[in-house]
Write a new protein. Structure first.
Length: 302
């Protein structure tokens, strides 16, 4: 326990070495400040990345196509690679076995009108399994059914931002909205995390292909890896990638023409990165605090 003599000795030591005391205090304070700031930056970066992935299931696999950049088997570069319904059927029924899948088409900036209110929102054509591939918590109504696709029904599910933007206090479920000049009935609405998710309007993929696209083209194909671990999921990705490259005549090294993205692999990569960042932060902060502690010990030893 510190008595009066101890306090006097401490005060004498501090006043006898004012510069060293100030530098030691600065070192300790700086160490704490650096640790707090770097922790904040590290966790802020991690939360930002997690928010970007908040829309999608961790075990989902996203297939996108573009234009070829390399010649292959007599075909010239700059050729557009287009997914179609037949690719979805072949991949999911013949090439791999997956529990859930969905094609996905999108029209950005679609004109949406309800009564006298209007705005521009993305309209997305999907299939019923899409709800398990992207995080879509329903706040009311229902999701798409297989019958909606079979009948090419003009129904839709709208996001929270759409409701806030054009519905005011009206009940959205059962209401009719105009999407690019075509009347749709709202059967459900949702609220989700992520930057853009709440602005989406989902319609049956078959309806979108008939009314808006006029063809069987697909922008994307999304698959679920199910209960597969990372290694099994990577093998699934390789199988799908090889099949599509063979069918569409894409060079094995052409990364722009075809990309098969494994969310599970990306989650694992970012987890390793953030663990390294956290370790680095603690090491830097720890050494800074240690330098301050050594300074305090030197003062007390005099």
């Amino acid at each position: 326990m510190l008595n009066r003599e101890t306090w006097i000795e401490i005060a004498h030591t501090v006043t006898a070495n004012p510069l060293r005391t100030a530098l030691t205090g600065l070192s300790v304070g700086l160490g704490i400040f650096i640790l707090v700031v770097m922790q904040g930056l590290g966790f802020g970066l991690q939360n930002g990345v997690q928010q970007d992935f908040a829309d999608e299931a961790k075990n989902s696999i996203w297939v996108r196509t573009g234009r070829t950049t390399l010649p292959y088997r007599g075909r010239q570069p700059n050729r557009k690679v287009q997914l179609r319904n037949g690719d979805e059927v072949r991949v999911t029924q013949e090439v791999v076995e997956v529990p859930e899948w969905s094609g996905r088409n999108m029209k950005w900036g679609s004109f949406v009108q309800y009564k006298n209110e209007q705005g521009y929102y993305p309209v997305v054509g999907v299939e019923p399994d899409f709800k398990g591939l992207e995080i879509l918590p329903l706040a009311g109504g229902r999701w798409l059914h297989a019958d909606d696709l079979a009948r090419e029904s003009k129904v839709c599910i709208v996001g929270g931002d759409v409701i806030d933007g054009i519905f005011d206090d009206d009940e959205p479920v059962g209401a009719f909205v105009n999407l690019n000049g075509i009347t749709f009935r709202i059967i459900g609405h949702f609220s989700k995390e992520g930057r853009w998710g709440n602005r989406m309007i989902y319609v049956p993929l078959t309806t979108m292909q008939r009314l808006f696209d006029g063809s069987d083209k697909l922008d994307q194909l999304i698959l679920s890896a199910g209960e597969r671990d990372l290694e099994e999921s990577q093998r699934l990705v390789e199988t799908v990638d090889a099949d599509l490259r063979l069918v569409h005549g894409i060079h094995p090294n052409d990364q722009r023409a075809l990309r098969v993205r494994d969310n599970q692999e990306e989650w694992a990569m970012f987890d390793r990165i953030f663990r390294g960042i956290r370790l680095f932060i603690w090491v830097i902060g720890g050494f800074t605090l240690l330098a301050g502690a050594i300074g305090v010990a030197n003062i007390m030893a005099i």
